[in-house]
Design a protein around this ligand. Sequence first.
Ligand code: NAD
Length: 348
Amino acid sequence: MSVFDHREFTEHEQVSFYHDKATGLKAIIAVHNTNLGPGLGGCRMWNYANSEEALTDVLRLSRGMTYKAAMAGLPQGGGKAVIFGDPRKDKTPEMMREMGNFVDTLKGKYITAEDSGIAVSDIVFMSENTKHVSGTFSKYSFDGSVADGNPAPATAYGVFVGIKAAVKHVYQTDLRGKKVAIKGVGHVGIRLAEHLYREGAILYVADIFPDGVNRAVAEFGATQVSVAEIDLLDVDVFAPCALGNAINEQNVDHIKARIIAGAANNQLASDEMGVKLANNGILYAPDYVINAGGIIDIFHQRSDSNAEKLREHLDQIGETLQTIFVAAEKNGLATAKVADSLAELKFK
Ligand code: NAD
């Protein structure tokens, strides 16, 4: 497999591979662009089918972080890490400490954080061997609740703000009575469900594991749906909050929701999906714009800031999306394309 010729390579500055026999750690760190600052992005642990799948994932995620930081107005670049393995079975403290050693080899060009499969406690283990970590502590939270450094609450709030902006744009209403289908009720999805429920939305949820689904059904009156049908439900909003490629060749022409707005990174399997959604009259909230809450939170925790400024910054996600929606309509372009162009103006 060639890295430089990989279709997702897209001018990455650095891609590093790491293997540690003693702990079983196999990982990749990709740094896409550091023009605006160090590449900050989460570390994901996933049971990848093969190394090609992992490489594709880390390259796409890392590039997305560059665009995300730029659009959120942060002095940061884009990077990401992936660890091969099942987080429920293969993860050990020793492996996480070794991951800290790997992160440290990049000397601050990459700063890690939580992502799918990686918890605050794992980052704390990594921090024993590197100072280039984030998301391990919080000085405050955007809503006054007790915070442990996990960026998921801020991400979920940002997605909620983004869904409100999209619903207002399409229906000129608030969320009351709007039907929202959430695919993936993990750290972000379950918190998003709570926000939506409190605003009167009607929820449908699906996950490959029962924990989040059961909670959403019991606490937020959600209806459980199978993973196979969640994306094609007749709802107002489809919120992908699992992993990537939620919008793909198989489902793009069958989606009934008028809005797609969720937390997952890399929701579009390809750029063409964004164009197809626009042609089908579906409003897509570009993933890296709507899910920037976590990185915004991390930035404020690491800077001389406060809870009020953090919340204002999170609320700006709605305004940024509105600007993108209007520009896309005016110019007859896909929202994803408009977001890319705006981000590139900032970091290139
Ligand atoms: P998580 O691992 O806690 O939750 C993901 C959930 O999706 C899990 O419950 C998992 O079982 C489920 N899932 C996986 N594959 C699925 C499938 N095929 N169908 C249905 N459900 C499936 O992760 P998270 O932290 O909630 O993040 C969710 C998404 O949001 C990820 O794509 C992540 O990269 C992105 N994101 C997260 C943050 C954050 O702050 N945590 C920030 C930005 C973006």
